[in-house]
Structures are given as C-alpha cells and as structure tokens.
Design a protein around this ligand. Structure first.
Ligand SMILES: NC(=O)c1ccc[n+]([C@@H]2O[C@H](COP(=O)([O-])OP(=O)(O)OC[C@H]3O[C@@H](n4cnc5c(N)ncnc54)[C@H](O)[C@@H]3O)[C@@H](O)[C@H]2O)c1
Ligand SMILES: O=c1ccn([C@@H]2O[C@H](COP(=O)(O)OP(=O)(O)O[C@H]3OC[C@@H](O)[C@H](O)[C@H]3O)[C@@H](O)[C@H]2O)c(=O)[nH]1
Length: 389
C-alpha cells in the first residue's frame, strides 16, 4: 500500500500526512471514504458519528494494518462540547452528517432543517474561527427543478441543454412552494452553502462544497426489517433492492417518470480524495460530482435492476415486476420531485481532472451482488418466521 511511499498531489508536490475529522463517518459515503483513505493514503481519521456499524470492519480488530490511523468518537454534534476540540486537532474537517432521505423531508421537516442547517452551524463557525479547512457535503437537490420543467411537455427547447444542464456557477435554484415540504432539505442545504460561501468571502474560511448527484453502491441506507426499521423508507436503491430480495413489486412513484443520473460510490470517492489532497485546486469551489452518462428514468432503473438481480440471484423476475403508486400514498402530503438531474462537469474536470468511469449496468451488477450476498439469507429467514422479525 501507498502509506510508506511519498504521495504527491496533482501538481507533483509531496503530501504530508493529514489528520482528518470526518463528521458522519459511519454513514454510506463516510464508510467508503474511510476505507479509501486508510487503504491508499497515510492520513489519520478522527471518525465521528452516532453509529459505527458500517465502519466496524475498519475499527476491529486492532491488528489491522491501519490500526492507530482511525479513532472512533461516538458523538452527536447537536450537543457535544468535544466538537471544537476535535476540529482544532485536525488539519481538515469533512462534514457529511445529515438527515438525507426524501421520506423524511415532508414528514419530519423540522428535524430535516435542524440537521442540515442549524446543526452544521457550529462546524462552520469553529472551522472559520480556528483557521481550519472545511469540505462540506451539500446536494444536487439545491438546483431543485430544471428551467425546462416549466416548458410545455412537447417543447423542443426541453432537448436543449441550456434548459436542463445543472451548472454550479450559473444555474438557478428552483424549489416548490412552502407547503411542498419536500424542499425543506434543499433549502436548508442551500442556506448552509451560502453561509459557508460568505464565511469564505468575509472571513477567509478555506472551504470546498460537494454536490453529490445520486451516489449509489454497497452499504447505502438499510433494508427495512433487516438492518433498519420495518416501516422505514430508504432511498430508491435500497427500496428497489428490498422489493427484489422479497420478490415483491418495485413501486414506481407517480409513474417513475423522474430522471436521475447515478454514479458509482467508488468513482465518486476518487473525486473526494482529489479534493482532500489538492486544496489549492479545490478551495473556494463548489463541485458537482456525478455521472452525466448514466441517466435513466426511475422506471428504467427499476427495469435494469430487475434484469440485473435475476442474473445475480439466478431467480427469474416476476411477471409484472413494477406497480405504480401515487407520491401522496408513498411519501405523504407535501412531497414534490426533481424532474431531471444532469451535472455539468466543466469545473471538476478543469480543477481536478476527474471523470466517472463505471457504467450503470456495471455498478448495479456489483451493488446487487453485494445486496444478494449480504441480505438474501436474512430475508428468507424473516419471510419464513415473520413474527421473529
Ligand atoms: N448519497 C448520496 O447520493 C447523496 C446525495 C446528495 C447529498 N448527499 C449528502 O452527503 C452526505 C452523506 O450522505 P450519505 O448518503 O452518506 O448519508 P448517511 O445517512 O448514510 O450518512 C450520514 C451520517 O451522518 C450521521 N449523522 C447524522 N446526524 C448526526 C449528528 N447529529 N451527529 C453525528 N452524526 C450524525 C448519521 O448517523 C450517518 O451515519 C449528507 O450530507 C447528504 O446530504 C448524499
Ligand atoms: O421505492 C421508490 C423510491 C423512490 N422512488 C423515486 O425514485 C427517485 C429517486 O429517489 P431517491 O430516494 O433516491 O431520492 P432523490 O434522488 O429524489 O433524492 C436524493 O438525492 C440527493 C440526496 O441529497 C439525497 O440522498 C436524496 O434527497 C424519486 O423520483 C422517487 O420518487 C420510487 O419511484 N420508488
């Protein structure tokens, strides 16, 4: 591994080992980022989260080759005086902590706003006051709806990228009305972005903002009734995986017409490592991180996942693998949706030379292989003994 050799950045400068405070290290993205940093770099991680299940394999046993380079701190940043001390001890803080599942945005809007704005405030403040660098995770949802979504359905302008391509320094942020509480998350993320940007402009905070575009892969969210609440609604990858594992129909919200671009978590993590190790190129920037080549409608995603899962499991797909449900029925009152999300890649290409590599088919193949291996047996047990779940 590279830890014993001298690492250089994109400009050929040697890199000193960093101490990185990773807030939300126990989540989906955090677990992959911890793995990458420990396996490929000499950097140290102060991993902060309220949960550690997804990074258990990195914390135990003590004999692992990176023992001593990762330390877990079980802390809730809502109320813990240790936060500032940890920021002071680190060269860089990465903030991933958030409530970020759409089922929560309209049903727990207060928790969503507190988590994505209020709870992030001390992190920004302590970084700014102590002259520490911050990489903050925002979201592609700050763009909201595309300009093109307001055009008539048959308008040829809808095919023009000027009406849908999402550009960091150009596109407006278009949300629905206040009673559409779906946008509580996007709005909170937008305000914290503006605050970080202002701290940079007025007080010299060194920051990078990341806007992930539907990063997916192993360890994303949970499978209801197995490693998460039975009634919980995770993001689409886990919802569809859960249905496939249980041989149930995949639910298409409002016909599954919305479009998304999906990027493989392992590609996306490469971009984050470039940001970590190239501050001169990353500071002061907002980066879209996604795969513009992997666009599908949610219906197409369901069809692809059904086909891939049949290959992986060796079980034929259901005759009617999908069923339509209304958003009101699925998410409740106040849901709304982003119509289309294609990231413009100009800034990340220019600053960091990063490009995603993995096709949607390939990333679904490795992810569903993982889901099958991890959950198929447990699901069978729960189905045959429903009362013990
Ligand atoms: N996965 C994606 O495609 C995606 C897309 C857009 C934005 N993001 C952003 O990236 C970040 C990470 O997303 P993820 O997919 O890994 O989500 P995740 O839910 O898997 O991880 C978030 C982690 O933060 C922790 N956390 C939340 N509140 C906390 C608190 N008060 N104190 C300590 N820990 C706390 C959670 O326990 C969890 O482990 C979030 O900010 C999210 O908004 C992710
Ligand atoms: O079972 C399901 C689940 C979801 N969906 C649909 O699939 C699409 C994608 O849903 P996801 O749950 O992955 O969430 P979204 O892409 O809407 O938002 C996500 O993207 C960016 C991040 O900030 C967050 O992780 C999350 O808000 C939506 O149109 C949703 O309505 C279904 O049709 N069926």
């Amino acid at each position: 591994m590279a830890a014993s050799t001298v690492r250089t950045n994109l400009d050929g400068k040697p890199l000193n080992p960093l101490t990185i405070l990773m807030i939300g290290a126990g989540g989906f993205i955090g677990s992959h980022l911890c793995e990458k940093i420990l396996q490929e770099t000499p950097h140290k991680i102060l991993a902060l989260d309220v949960y550690s299940d997804k990074i258990k394999h990195l914390l135990e046993p003590e004999s692992l080759e990176w023992a001593g380079r990762i330390q877990f701190h079980r802390i809730n940043i809502k109320h813990d005086s240790r936060l500032e001390g940890l920021i002071k001890m680190s060269d860089l803080t990465i903030n991933l902590a958030a409530i970020c599942t759409p089922a929560d945005y309209n049903t727990r809007p207060l928790d969503t706003i507190y988590s994505n704005f209020i709870d992030a405030l001390p992190v920004v403040k302590y970084c700014s006051e102590n002259g520490k660098r911050l990489i903050h995770f925002s979201t592609c949802e700050v763009y909201g709806k595309t300009i093109g979504s307001f055009l008539p359905k048959d308008s040829p302008l809808r095919q023009d990228p000027a009406y849908y391509l999402l550009k960091e320094d150009d596109s407006p942020c278009i949300f629905g009305s206040i009673e559409k509480q779906r946008w509580s998350y996007a709005c909170a993320k937008q305000l914290i972005e503006r605050l970080i940007y202002a701290e940079g402009a007025e007080n010299g905070l060194e920051f990078t903002i990341v806007r992930p575009f539907n990063w997916i892969g192993p360890r994303m969210d949970f499978i209801p009734g197995i490693d998460g609440p039975s009634e919980g609604v995770p993001r689409v990858l886990a919802c569809f995986s859960n249905a496939l594992l249980r041989r149930e129909q995949l639910k298409l919200v409002d016909g599954g017409e919305s479009q998304r671009t999906f990027v493989y978590i392992k590609d996306a993590i490469e971009a984050v490592l470039l940001m970590i190790e190239n501050p001169d190129r990353a500071n002061g920037h907002i980066f879209n991180v996604g795969n513009p080549n992997n666009e599908v409608t949610v219906r197409q995603l369901a069809e692809m996942m059904t086909a891939v899962y049949a290959n992986v499991s060796g079980e034929p797909a259901l005759e009617e693998p999908t069923v339509d449900v209304s958003s009101k029925e699925f998410y409740g009152e106040g849901y709304d949706d982003s119509d289309k999300r294609i990231p413009d890649m100009t800034i990340i290409n220019k600053q960091l030379g990063w490009n995603p590599k993995t096709s949607l088919w390939d990333l679904l193949d490795s992810t569903l292989t993982y889901q099958h291996k991890t959950y198929a047996e447990a699901i069978k047990k729960v189905i045959s003994h429903p009362t013990t779940s």
